[in-house]
Every structure is written in structure tokens, then in C-alpha cells.
Design a protein around this ligand. Structure first.
Ligand SMILES: NC(=O)c1ccc[n+]([C@@H]2O[C@H](COP(=O)([O-])OP(=O)(O)OC[C@H]3O[C@@H](n4cnc5c(N)ncnc54)[C@H](O)[C@@H]3O)[C@@H](O)[C@H]2O)c1
Length: 312
């Protein structure tokens, strides 16, 4: 059985602990700030209070899942016997570089070193390491115990069997891994999100519509399909004979639109203020934490719908 060490127990590390523990794995959590590591148990306890969250947790009850979690005060203790290490330290190159020097020495040579980094390629903090072949990015979407997608991004020196093992483990613990063949800025998810956000800001800046209209174009429009199928599957069903017909009919229109969108713009402060005013009318600042909890419950509910309808 795989034993997991989690290094860094903030927003993402806490959620990872639930992913692995509910899948039946022993998890040791370490954070350089002992108070953060201690809060993980409370986080998991309260996340499991949501009855929808337990539905992804096999048949195990809350106490069984919690019993699999341990906190280690030292990095050495956390890594002892671990064969998969998920690092979720802050997104700072200097911190990751220092940490990986220690991980390289302390972790068993066969252990996988996976980073949650949102944007740093593994090659930027593992270059000089003796065992750099076992390092790669396993990038979650927050919070990973509710959102299953993970991006598996190898450096040029990551061994293929490490990529295979990390991908297999993610599947075993109920995540949905996608493999990239190489490092690229933004990986896949943030590249897609960047394209949408760039256009969303442009539409508001040019006065075509307001922020609420953009949000509803996705939440009441595109997003309903995207909840269960991707953009290629979507267009495949939007022409009688499938994707090739769709591309023949509408490819030229999209090409013209892409030319209009080709000139990227910074998100200026005044524009951001304008959009923020619309959003704060809907959810005041003091309500943001509650709104996040509402989002998480909603995602949990949608996932359970997905799990029950997938087999049909
Ligand atoms: N927050 C997100 O939405 C999100 C999503 C996907 C990926 N990520 C990535 O996950 C990583 C962590 O992000 P986060 O949002 O959880 O950050 P965070 O600031 O909430 O947590 C980082 C934790 O790491 C601890 N830490 C600092 N130095 C350490 C060290 N040397 N050893 C062990 N622990 C250390 C800190 O005490 C803190 O608890 C980043 O690389 C980030 O890019 C974040």
C-alpha cells in the first residue's frame, strides 16, 4: 500500500489530505508551521460534516478516515517510509528550491516527489538534484477533494515510469489525471481559463455587456454543457454529422473571432474596480467565506450527480 507524505498543509495541502485518507491510504502531514499542520485534522473533520463529501469516501465513516491522518513535526519523520510525497509549499521559487534539496536527500530514492505548483515548471526547482528523475508536477484544482482533475506535468528528465505511477495513483484515489507531454506555461487548465478571462475582461472593457452578463453566459449557458463534457465533445454534438461538419460550417467564423482576440490586454485597475463593484453587490466582502462554503457544497452535490449518472 502507498504511504503518502504531504509537505505544506495550507489551502491545498489540507484538501489533499482528505483525497488520500478517504481512499484508504495512510497520510503523514508536515508543515514548517506546526499550527498549520495541526489545523488539517479540523479541516478534514469539518469537510466530512458535509454529507455529500462522504459520498466520495468509499464506505468508510468519518472516524476511520480521520484515524489515517498523522501529523509529523519534522520533515524527516514525515518522509520516513513514504513512497509518494505531495509538496504544497508556497508558490515561491526560493522556497521550493530549498525544500527540494532537502526532499531529495531525505526521501527514499524510489519515492515520487510531486509538486502542487500552479505555475512553476518542475525543471525550475529540481535541476541540480541527484534523483531529479522522480520529480514532476501533479497540479490540482482547488479544492482537490471536490474537484477531481489533476494535471501531470513531467520535466524533460522525469522518468516515464514515475509519470505512469503518479498517473495510476491519482486514478486509484479517485482523481481524474490528464498527462501533458512536456512543460508549458499555465499547463492546460490555466491556458484555457486565460483565453476565457481575456475575452471576459475585453467584453466588459469595451462596454458590450456587464460582468454579470459574462458570468451568466457561462453559468446559465456554456457551463451547463461543460459540467459533463468538454469543448470538443460539445461541438461534436452541435452539427448533425459531428465535429468535422461543425468545423467546416463555423471554422471560418471562429478564425475571424480569434483574429479580433489576438491582441491581449492587461487587466487595468479601473476595469477591475468596475467589475469588482458588480460582484460585491451580489456578494459583499464579509460574505465571501460563506459563499466559498456554498460553492464547495454545490460542487459536492454536482459530483454526486455525476457519479450516479455516469454508469447510465
Ligand atoms: N490555492 C490554490 O487555489 C491552489 C490551487 C492549485 C495549486 N496550488 C499550489 O499549491 C501550493 C500551495 O498553495 P496554497 O494555496 O496551499 O498555499 P498556502 O500558503 O495556503 O500553504 C502553504 C503552506 O506551506 C507551508 N510551508 C512554507 N514553507 C514550508 C516548508 N519549507 N516546508 C513545509 N511547509 C512549508 C506554510 O506554512 C503553509 O501552511 C502552491 O505551489 C500553489 O501554487 C494552489
Amino acid at each position: 500500500m502507498t504511504r503518502v507524505a504531504l509537505v505544506g498543509a495550507g489551502v491545498v495541502g489540507s484538501s489533499w489530505s482528505l483525497v488520500f485518507a478517504r481512499a484508504g491510504l495512510d497520510v503523514v502531514v508536515h508543515d514548517s508551521d506546526p499550527a498549520s499542520a495541526g489545523r488539517v485534522i479540523d479541516y478534514v473533520r469539518s469537510a466530512l460534516d458535509d454529507p455529500e463529501a462522504l459520498k466520495f469516501a468509499s464506505a468508510d465513516d468519518r472516524e476511520t478516515i480521520l484515524a489515517r491522518l498523522k501529523v509529523a513535526s519534522s520533515l524527516e519523520d514525515a518522509l520516513a517510509g513514504a513512497d509518494y510525497i505531495q509538496e504544497s509549499a508556497p508558490e515561491r521559487l526560493d522556497i521550493k528550491k530549498d525544500l527540494y534539496k532537502r526532499l531529495d536527500v531525505l526521501a527514499h530514492p524510489n519515492a515520487i516527489l510531486a509538486s502542487s505548483t500552479s505555475g512553476l515548471p518542475a525543471s525550475s526547482f529540481t535541476e541540480g538534484l541527484k534523483h531529479r528523475h522522480r520529480c514532476l508536477v501533479v497540479h490540482p484544482i482547488n479544492p482537490p477533494h471536490l474537484v477531481p482533475l489533476v494535471e501531470i506535468v513531467p520535466a524533460s528528465w522525469t522518468a516515464p515510469d514515475i509519470v505512469d505511477r503518479a498517473t495510476a495513483l491519482m486514478g486509484e484515489v479517485g482523481q481524474s489525471p490528464i498527462r501533458l507531454t512536456r512543460e508549458i506555461n499555465g499547463f492546460v487548465v490555466n491556458r484555457l481559463q486565460s483565453a476565457i478571462l481575456g475575452e471576459a475582461f475585453r467584453l466588459v472593457e469595451d462596454g458590450v455587456c456587464d460582468a454579470d452578463a459574462v458570468d451568466r453566459a457561462v453559468s446559465d449557458g456554456l457551463g451547463l454543457r461543460w459540467f459533463f463534457m468538454g469543448p470538443f465533445e460539445t461541438i461534436d454534438l452541435n452539427a448533425k454529422n459531428g465535429i468535422a461538419e461543425y468545423c467546416r460550417n463555423l471554422g471560418p467564423m471562429y478564425f475571424d473571432l480569434a483574429k479580433e482576440q489576438a491582441d491581449p490586454r492587461p487587466w487595468g485597475a479601473k476595469l477591475v474596480e468596475r467589475i469588482e463593484r458588480v460582484l460585491r453587490q451580489k456578494v459583499p466582502e464579509r460574505e465571501l467565506a460563506n459563499r466559498r462554503s456554498w460553492r464547495d457544497s454545490y460542487i459536492a452535490l454536482l459530483r454526486s450527480i455525476k457519479l450516479t449518472t455516469r454508469s447510465k
